[in-house]
Design a protein around this ligand. Structure first.
Ligand code: HEM
Length: 168
């Protein structure tokens, strides 16, 4: 095993960990936390605030790691002999969906900040911070669905790459 093999192993591992943490964490919010949110509406809001900021930090770390390691992986695969156009097209599609997900995360945050400002101006419309946290996560539905598709495309890429190695 060469130094390059070990490096690529670590890069692939970091990429996969970030992917499952982000998509898995978002699925947890949608399927476990959100259905039970109404039970918590009148609770102390500190829990909701801590929850949102911890999740945001995790997502930020995952996105930075996915981009950095994704670029390294893509460069490695595309410089390999025998990689055909189905691989390149699938990778291009995956990259476009990934960029859409990254942009969506930022736009969800902006929307939730705008909602918060509106409610500060009109206290009558004020919701508990926990409810706001849960509302801001509702846009994650689309991100999670696209995330699951991106995971599937990653498996297709793996298969196409294995095949190209077999042909080479
Ligand atoms: C900048 C965006 C991204 C690029 C350029 C990128 C690129 C790549 C490449 C080239 C591979 C190797 C595929 C192969 O086996 O030939 C890969 C694997 C993978 N990607 Fe990405 N990716 C990106 C974003 C994402 C995102 C957002 C997710 C998850 C939501 C994700 C999940 C995965 C997974 C699970 C693998 C398989 C890792 C393994 O083999 O263990 N990627 N990616």
């Amino acid at each position: 095993m060469t130094i390059k093999d070990i490096f690529m192993l670590v890069v692939t591992w970091l990429h996969a960990i970030s992917a499952v943490t982000w998509v898995g964490g978002s699925i947890f919010y949608l399927l476990v936390l959100r259905p039970f949110s109404s039970d918590y509406e009148n609770r102390d809001s500190t829990a909701g605030l801590n929850l949102a900021s911890t999740f945001q930090n995790i997502v930020n770390t995952c996105i930075i790691t996915l981009i950095a390691t994704g670029v390294v992986l893509a460069t490695d695969r595309l410089t390999e002999d025998g990689v055909g156009s189905p691989y390149v097209i699938t990778l291009g599609f995956k990259a476009i969906l990934s960029i859409w997900m990254f942009i969506q995360v930022e736009s969800q945050r902006r929307q939730s900040r705008a909602l918060e400002t509106m409610q500060t101006k009109d206290p009558a419309k004020r919701l508990s911070i926990f409810t706001k946290t849960i509302q801001s996560l509702s846009g994650y539905n689309a991100i999670v669905i696209v995330g699951i598709i991106v995971l599937f495309l990653s498996d297709i890429l793996d298969l196409l790459f294995e095949k190209s190695l077999g042909n080479g």
